[in-house]
Design a protein around this ligand. Structure first.
Ligand SMILES: Cc1cc2nc3c(=O)[nH]c(=O)nc-3n(C[C@H](O)[C@H](O)[C@H](O)COP(=O)(O)OP(=O)(O)OC[C@H]3O[C@@H](n4cnc5c(N)ncnc54)[C@H](O)[C@@H]3O)c2cc1C
Ligand SMILES: NC(=O)c1ccc[n+]([C@@H]2O[C@H](COP(=O)([O-])OP(=O)(O)OC[C@H]3O[C@@H](n4cnc5c(N)ncnc54)[C@H](O)[C@@H]3O)[C@@H](O)[C@H]2O)c1
Length: 460
């Protein structure tokens, strides 16, 4: 039995930063990783997908060169080997950076292998037993495959398999029209594949407002992505190169013939093989580890951070979990998960920047609210860039004039959304932003203008 002050399981988006703080505090710690340092974000999630999105954007803009008065002689071709090499290089450097950081921490022992609890404060990795008074679980999640008949016999890709894909699919059929599905859909269409997206909800990105789903659908369809909302996938069969996907749409069955199948139907936590029962750590019915507002599990001295606790599903929520645990444990600062404001982006082009409530959520609160909308065709910077698709929407509480939420679908909106996010954290009324002089020409300069055009929601 090896004794430590702390054990961290998983090197995702919370573990390494927490290891650095614990090491700085003089603790002896063990960090256990079973696969790639950096976890999902670095290896099969945010970083590689955004590198691929950048290649797809370059191809798209090259095809649009004539719109800008630029002539490209010859065919615009995408070299998938080059695209993959660029992605692998970016992702690989990030992985190596995390690994050397963690290995270099004073007092930190890195163990490679699968960790499994053997008791409330003990963990086994292969034949090695480790014990600590504090254990931090940062095991993340993986793609969940739905119980579609035939799937077990049909080759399919998940976000992980997509990272290894060397060839350009002739026809990529994607099951799931949400964040993962849509980012891959647009990028592969831009690389040159035919792409079909099957979504069983009545519309794509069903958690977003209807106007946002419709605008994103228009953008994707205008590029030639075939969308099948309201269609349940009832059977799949075939081999790579020849895949048959059967859909039921309004009681009618039809078949899509594709070359490759991507399953993007959500994720599940990596908690089923962690021996949680040996430690008495409680999970919910979907396998997420139950935590309180400071990320403590029901077992004293055990915390769960990141995707595995079901309180967030993003890199920034996992990292924020680290900040909350470190603040409580090391800084005497009682930070809480409940204090954070939901925020994320969908990295289609143009991106969708989201913060706070959707309009549907604002409506459900029953309180009066104000709304301002502006199409990107009325945003000078977007017009100048020749990228004027989408619209921006801001919701404001009619009583205290604080921003309730925003959905910004437009060029640069993955950055613009932070101005609203910061104002919301400051708890300031929107008038503060309206009076602040903004820089011209930017997308952000239209935020104050929009706030001057707020109208009650029922007349919007
Ligand atoms: C395709 C895709 C795109 C995404 N894009 C974005 C984006 O643009 N922005 C964003 O914010 N989020 C994005 N996400 C989500 C983001 O990647 C995750 O929310 C984030 O990585 C979660 O981090 P984590 O620390 O919880 O766990 P992970 O990053 O999943 O890390 C968990 C680590 O634990 C290890 N592990 C698991 N079990 C054990 C065990 N028993 N023993 C030892 N080690 C173990 C794993 O090998 C892994 O390295 C994306 C996800 C996907 C799939
Ligand atoms: N830009 C980002 O921040 C980003 C990008 C990608 C992923 N992520 C993270 O990864 C998580 C998972 O993303 P996701 O898109 O896989 O999951 P999701 O849970 O957001 O969406 C899954 C979709 O698949 C549909 N679906 C499920 N079963 C189906 C079936 N049998 N047939 C047809 N449709 C079906 C659902 O209705 C849903 O719309 C997200 O919640 C997000 O946190 C973030």
């Amino acid at each position: 039995m090896h004794d430590y002050d702390a054990i961290i399981i998983g090197t995702g988006q919370a573990g390494p930063a927490l290891a650095a703080r614990l090491s700085q505090a003089g603790m002896r710690l063990a960090v256990i990783e079973r696969k790639f340092f950096g976890g999902t974000c670095v290896n099969t999630g945010c970083i590689p997908t955004k590198a691929l999105v950048a290649s797809a954007y370059a191809a798209h803009m090259a095809r649009r060169a004539a719109d800008f008065g630029v002539t490209i002689r010859g065919e615009i071709a995408v070299d998938m080997a080059g695209v993959k090499a660029r992605k692998d290089d970016i992702s690989g450097k990030s992985r190596a950076g995390v690994e050397s950081w963690v290995r270099g921490l004073p007092g930190c022992t890195v163990i490679q292998g699968h960790a499994r609890f053997s008791g409330p404060h003990s963990v086994a990795v292969g034949g090695t037993m480790l014990r600590a008074g504090r254990i931090f679980i940062n095991v993340g999640g993986r793609a969940a495959a739905p119980p579609i008949p035939g799937l077990e016999r049909t080759p399919y890709l998940t976000n992980s398999g997509m990272m290894e894909l060397g060839e350009l699919p002739d026809h990529l059929v994607i099951i799931g029209g949400s964040y993962i599905g849509l980012e891959f859909a647009q990028m592969y269409r831009r690389f040159g594949s035919r792409v079909s997206v099957v979504e069983m909800a009545p519309r794509i990105i069903p958690r977003e407002d209807e106007d946002i789903s419709a605008a994103v659908a228009d953008i994707l369809e205008s590029e030639g992505v075939a969308l099948h909302p309201g269609a349940e996938c009832i059977r799949v069969s075939g081999q790579t190169g020849s895949i048959a996907v059967t859909l039921r749409h309004a009681d009618t069955a039809r078949e899509i013939a594709g070359s490759h199948l991507l399953i993007a139907t959500g994720r599940r936590p990596n908690t089923d093989d962690l021996g949680l029962e040996a430690a008495g750590i409680e999970t919910d019915e979907r396998g997420y580890i139950k935590v309180d507002d400071q990320l403590r599990t029901n077992v004293e001295g055990v915390w769960a951070l990141g995707d595995c606790n079901g309180r967030g599903a993003f890199t920034h929520t996992a990292y924020n979990d680290f900040e909350i645990v470190a603040a409580n444990l090391l800084d005497g600062n009682p930070r809480r998960v409940g204090d954070r404001i939901p925020a994320y982006c969908l990295y289609t082009d143009p991106p969708l920047g989201r913060v706070g409530m959707t309009e549907a959520e604002a409506r459900r609160t029953g309180r009066p609210y104000l709304v301002a909308r502006r199409p990107m065709t009325r945003v000078g910077r977007a017009v100048e860039k020749g990228e004027a698709l989408g619209f921006m929407k801001i919701l404001v509480d009619a009583a205290d004039r604080r921003i309730l939420g925003a959905a910004l679908l437009g060029v640069g909106c993955d950055e613009v959304v932070h101005a609203i996010l910061t104002l919301m954290y400051a708890g300031a009324p929107c008038d503060v932003m309206q009076r602040a002089m903004h820089i011209h020409p930017t997308v952000s300069e239209l935020l104050p203008t929009m706030l001057g055009e707020l109208v009650p929601a029922d007349v919007a």
